[in-house]
Design a binder for this molecule. Structure first.
Ligand code: GDP
Ligand code: ZN
Length: 347
């Protein structure tokens, strides 16, 4: 009997939709999982690479028998093995706001996943303006891909970055994210611009996570929004989410090992770089957030966490402690989702 390898692209109740690798025909199977997996507490997530047994290609069914170790885990959206976060922003309509873009970049960096920046709607701006953004963002440490979904321009370039990878799309609404995904995968028909007003958001919305197969290779997930503005990371880690600061720190170290790069003497990071001001603004927020969390009694923190995370969707295990939350990479993945929700909610 042949064993099949596949990727879980959707989870619904106790059923898993698994896409077989292209080498094995790329077929989509509806699977259950071995009860042994349940007994050992092995969750099966979207993005999981799995071994499928008892495959019946005619009825398109199988049984998930094994989950391979995960490379990465995003909590919200709950996706395993994501390779990159694709940030889609418009150059115009709505105008590109540097601070907002910076927030998304920092948040994406905090998940440790590579942020790929796509600037859409080049049909609405001059070449000169495009060039200015290019130079500016190179200064931030990013090389944006310029596209126009409407004019089908630059999409082949994006595709080369998506091939063989699991990519999570994010960005402010109106940027052209759904249009882009629709163009890359015509049959998904993710509703364009349908999510405005109060519809489809808020704390109790059940979020459906699904990976879509790109006809030319790769899997993509859309992120349907986010809800807490707090950048919940350790203040000490914030600088590492800025390529400009990383570059400075690669050359040496500040006098104090716990330097927050504000007004400490002999600081390598403080200086004349464009986003240093953004860094300071984020730092203030992060410190305020940390202080608020530290003031909370432990049980209250846990209760809050429970309501914020597992209470909503029952996806995440209850986090153990404030300390764990601060240090956890999983927690910061989860905050990414919260953050995007808040951004969407603000619009
Ligand atoms: P989303 O909220 O990020 O998913 O954005 P949508 O895909 O819903 O697009 C928002 C609006 O921008 C729609 O009216 C699209 O037709 C329009 N749009 C998308 N891409 C482009 C583009 O490349 N150029 C122009 N001019 N408009 C675009
Ligand atoms: Zn410093």
């Amino acid at each position: 009997m042949t064993d099949y390898l596949g990727t879980v692209v959707a989870v619904q109740a106790n059923f898993y939709r698994v896409s077989l690798s292209l080498a094995q025909g790329g077929q989509s199977l509806l699977c259950t999982r071995r009860s042994r997996l349940k007994k050992i507490g092995q969750k099966v997530m979207v993005g999981d690479r799995v071994l499928v047994e008892e495959v019946d290609l005619i009825d398109a069914q199988g049984v998930v028998a094994k989950v391979f170790p995960r490379k990465t885990v995003l909590d919200r959206p709950p996706i395993a093995n994501a390779d990159q976060i694709v940030l889609v922003f418009a150059l115009a309509d709505p105008p590109l706001d540097p601070f907002s873009l910076s927030q998304f970049l920092v948040k994406a960096e905090s998940t440790q996943l590579f942020p790929l920046l796509c600037l859409n709607k080049i049909d609405l701006v001059s070449e000169q303006e495009q060039e200015q953004w290019q130079q500016r963002l190179l200064g931030w440490g990013y090389k944006p891909i310029f596209i126009s979904v409407a004019k089908v321009n630059g999409l082949d370039v994006i595709q080369t970055y998506l091939d063989q990878k699991i990519s999570v799309f994010a960005g402010l609404s109106g940027a052209g994210k759904s249009s882009l995904i629709n163009t890359l995968i015509p049959q998904t028909n993710i509703a364009t611009a349908a999510v405005s007003g109060k519809l489809n958001r808020g704390r109790h919305t059940t979020r459906h996570v699904e990976l879509f197969d790109l006809p030319l290779g790769g899997l993509v997930a859309d992120t349907p929004g986010f809800n807490q503005p707090d950048l919940d990371c350790n203040p000490q880690d914030l600088a590492s989410y800025f390529p400009e600061a990383r570059e400075r720190l690669a050359k040496g170290s500040c006098q104090f090992s716990d330097c927050l790069h504000r007004d400490e003497p002999n600081c390598l990071v403080r200086g004349d770089w464009e986003r240093y001001d953004h860094y300071l603004r984020f730092l203030e927020k992060v410190i305020a957030h940390q202080e608020a969390v530290n003031k909370m009694p432990d049980d209250e923190t846990n209760l809050k966490l429970k309501m914020d995370t597992s209470g909503k969707e029952n996806y995440e295990p209850k986090l153990e402690s404030k300390k764990y939350r601060r240090l956890s990479r999983r927690a910061s993945h989860q905050e990414l989702q919260d953050f995007y929700e808040s951004e969407v909610e603000k619009l």
